[in-house]
Design a protein around this ligand. Structure first.
Ligand SMILES: [Zn+2]
Length: 283
């Protein structure tokens, strides 16, 4: 009788393992706290190392640096980090994310190149002792739902987009990330600071970090080199970070979302929440 019971429980156990694993994963999650900010920096800009790094270390903030060798990365070391500097960021405990080798926009015409574009960054990471990235940022903030499976197959768990498609591309506005509603590979930026983005707007953006929502910020250079349209002056950046510190915001990297959200759980329709927000905006 005992043996039969053991065999039966084994059969039951293996059959239900997937569901059970999922249940455990979900129950182990902590509720998303208010005042949660995810800090991201795109395009391997030099000031990420020279300006942002010491400030983030001073406050004990986490952050993800989305690395690409696009633009003039390979020759212009005034405006872009070296791989040694990127490796240093990893050793500091920051997350190194994948932003494609050539900053290649992802669309139906380029989807076949995505795997190679991702691998290009992985190889460099391996060379410099950096773990293979599990977070991705959509180049140019364009998205392609057909590419979600390519990212997944590559081992990407989280992917950050801009404020598009709820808002037009090239703007600075977006929505806070809503766990369970936003697909883990389509995490929206709540703001993409540009020269005209004010301190008051920043404070307003941060109000979105409550009720199970996190504010994801997408910075470029602080200051910029090659892309003046996404420039944020050093003083402004310092003021933003001081505000986060003084007001007790918890500032994390993209991968740290795993504490509050399960990257394996995807909404059935990845665009449903996007369409709902667009409808709300009256578009
Ligand atoms: Zn970029």
């Amino acid at each position: 009788m005992k043996l039969i019971w053991q065999v039966l429980s084994l059969v039951f156990l293996s059959a239900s393992l997937d569901a059970e694993e999922k249940k455990n994963a979900v129950s182990a999650l902590e509720p998303m706290p208010d005042k949660l900010v995810v800090l991201t920096f795109d395009d391997s800009v030099k000031s990420h190392f020279t300006v942002a790094r010491p400030i983030l270390k001073q406050y004990g903030f986490g952050a993800t640096f989305f690395i690409t060798e696009g633009f003039t990365f390979t020759t212009n070391k005034n405006d872009y980090m070296t791989w040694d500097e990127i490796a240093e960021l990893n050793r500091d405990g920051f997350e190194i994310g994948n932003h494609t080798r050539d900053h290649k926009g992802v669309n139906l015409n380029t989807i076949d190149l995505l795997e190679e574009q991702l691998t290009g960054i992985d190889i460099r990471c391996l060379e410099y002792g950096i773990p293979p990235p599990i977070s991705f940022a959509w180049p140019g903030n364009g998205i392609e739902v057909e590419a979600l499976k390519v990212l997944r197959n590559h081992g990407i768990r989280w992917a950050r987009r801009g404020g598009f498609p709820e808002y037009p591309r090239g703007g600075e506005r977006g929505f806070p990330y809503e766990q369970g509603l936003d697909h883990p590979l389509l995490i929206p930026s709540a703001a993409i600071p540009r020269p005209e983005y004010t301190f008051e707007e920043f404070v307003e953006t941060l109000k979105g970090a409550r009720d199970g929502k996190a504010v994801v910020l997408q910075f470029h250079g602080v200051p910029e080199g090659e892309h003046p349209w996404v420039h944020v002056p050093r003083e402004t950046f310092e003021r933003f970070m001081a505000y986060l510190h003084e007001h007790d915001f918890q500032v994390i990297a993209v991968r740290d979302l795993a504490r509050y959200a399960d990257w394996r759980i995807e909404p059935k329709d990845p665009m449903a929440v996007v369409e709902a927000r667009k409808a709300k905006l009256g578009q």
